[in-house]
Design a protein around this ligand. Structure first.
Ligand code: 13P
Ligand code: SF4
Length: 344
């Protein structure tokens, strides 16, 4: 692949400054030298352009290491990125994650330009439900408030009372003071929340195509093959997986767990890039790495980020009326503090 940094960019004649030694050192810990040689010029060019444009790059924990460690200004789970997007005063936000995340950033900060390097970066959960489905459920269960996971389109959020993330779902459900709540669209997250609250939940049949592939038998096999392993699982996994886990929580919760507890050997039952990104910070922890890849997250690449900055593509737009109602639901969620994850 021809390094893009060697192509002169219109309006930019000077040399591209080299990567900071700190970034280079982190990336060398996770990327083989051959791969690094391909990424380095792109990382440098993106860094330069970002500074020139006053842009900020937000990246989800599932982004590849060259994005997560190489070009992101802020990394985190859906909740942390939504908070960061809401408070950012940068004129240009480039969102390295899937479309619903970029849309949430736009909804929370409508005066900013929010770009997503690939607008096709979707999510099986977001695709599982429409605004019309939510309206139909409201008719079926009159008076029951609606909590939607942030992994939904803005039109679906707009039909909701409040949103929730994997880090806040239990607290959000309980904050409503209702006996029965409609919880959408992730069935497994809903079942996990239901196991931790007295509130009756009406669930939908959405699943994450990445997490639903893990099985309880697989986790039991990890335990047999790797004695004294600590199992961390995302609540989008099926109940059989969560029953085998030592800790269940959001991607940020899992990262915090490793930082605080320093297990000798750990397996993160979630998307592939998590372990790669977290292992960079914890050379003393052994990571067993089962790999279920999110094809949507992986649509975001360094060349597409560079293109996004160079050409101002692809701007995320949400109709103002939809954005206002979705914002109210997300802001209600942001007002609810997360509680640390725990065994189911
Ligand atoms: P988190 O909010 O835990 O980062 O999860 C987002 C996601 O898409 C999980 O599949
Ligand atoms: Fe959606 Fe699952 Fe990918 Fe997360 S990992 S973005 S829930 S498909």
């Amino acid at each position: 692949m021809e390094p893009i940094a060697s192509n002169p960019r219109p309006g930019h004649a000077g040399p591209i400054p080299p990567l900071s030694p700190e970034v280079a050192e982190r990336l060398a810990r996770v990327l083989p030298a051959g791969e690094w040689a391909v990424h380095a010029p792109l990382v440098e060019e993106i860094g330069l352009l970002k500074r020139e444009l006053g842009a900020v790059i937000l990246a989800h924990n599932y982004q590849t290491p060259e994005i997560f460690h190489g070009v992101a200004d802020f990394v985190g789970d859906s909740l942390a990125l939504a908070r960061q997007a809401a408070r950012s005063d940068a004129g240009l936000l480039v969102f390295c994650g899937v479309h619903f995340m970029a849309e949430t950033a736009k909804v929370l900060n409508p005066s900013r330009t929010v770009l997503i390097p690939d607008p096709e970066a979707g999510c099986s959960l977001a695709a599982s439900i429409t605004a019309a489905d939510v309206r139909a459920l409201r008719r079926q269960y009159p008076g029951a408030p609606v909590v939607t996971y942030v992994n939904t389109a803005a039109e679906v959020k707009a039909e909701s009372d409040v949103c929730g993330t994997s880090g806040t779902a239990v607290e959000v459900v309980e904050s409503l003071g209702a006996e029965r709540v409609i919880f959408l669209p992730d069935e497994y997250l809903g079942r996990w929340v239901a196991s931790r609250t007295e509130v009756e939940l009406v669930l939908w049949h959405g699943h994450c195509e990445v997490h639903e592939r893990f099985t309880g038998e697989e986790i039991a096999a990890f335990r047999r093959a790797h004695p004294a392993i600590t199992v961390l699982a995302h609540p989008e996994c099926p109940p059989g997986v969560l029953a085998e886990a030592d800790y269940v929580g959001s991607t940020a919760g899992m990262i915090d767990f490793v930082g605080a507890r320093r297990p000798r050997r750990v397996v993160m039952i979630t998307e592939c890039s998590m372990s790669d990104n977290v292992a960079v910070e914890h050379p003393d922890v052994e990571f067993v790495r089962p790999c279920n890849l999110c094809p949507h997250m992986k649509r975001i690449t360094l060349p597409k980020i560079l293109e996004s900055l160079r050409c101002g593509v692809h701007a995320v737009e949400v109709a103002p009326e939809v954005a206002a109602r979705a914002r109210a639901a997300v802001e209600r969620m942001l007002a609810v503090a997360p509680r640390p994850g725990a065994r189911p």
